[in-house]
Ligand binder design. Sequence first.
Ligand SMILES: N[C@@H](CCC(=O)N[C@@H](CS)C(=O)NCC(=O)O)C(=O)O
Length: 201
Amino acid sequence: MFYLYDSLLSGNCYKVRLLLVQLDIPFKKIEIDIFKGETKTPEFLTKNPNGHVPALETESGEILVESNAILVYLADDTDFFPQDKLKRAQILQWLFFEQNCLEPNLGPARFWNFLLKRADEYKDSIVQKHHHGYTALTTMEQHLKNRQFFVGNSYTIADIGLFGYTHVSHEGGFEMSKFPAVQAWLERVKGQPKHISITQS
Ligand SMILES: N[C@@H](CCC(=O)N[C@@H](CS)C(=O)NCC(=O)O)C(=O)O
């Protein structure tokens, strides 16, 4: 049995939950309250010394952290992470892009605006995050103009990784009507078998 140290509000945790469900892998959720500082308790820091969720405890008791590394681990030997060498590198390319260019902009904007409800206080930071976030979304829009999915025209963990924060971008105040190809892709991802929403566990 896998154990997932999880937070229902987190896009990074949601990516992992979504893949576990789509792969039919049984797991138990351990909800960690990030607002109560539960990622920083001595007990949790033995799981992830970096103090973040998600963390996945494997059947043999090993701990894996970093959402996209967990996606790669779980998806290996499945169609979500195909064997083809170039496709695997392209999937990793988009997962690195997600952590480097997308999540650091969409994530905090959503956190301040939607989760903390303190948009006024963080106004200047949100403007900056929007600027860089729109650049990332423009890159995705261009890529998706003549594609169904990010890599090889089939649904992979690249799509799951990018979906995590993009589908809740409006909660960070992003105006998505400028990105019709991204919006159409979001709907395709939502239409995949066994899709769950971020609020489902
Ligand atoms: N790069 C990490 C980011 C993890 C992360 O930032 N997790 C947030 C929730 S989305 C967290 O644990 N925040 C609570 C804290 O920093 O104490 C990943 O992809 O897993």
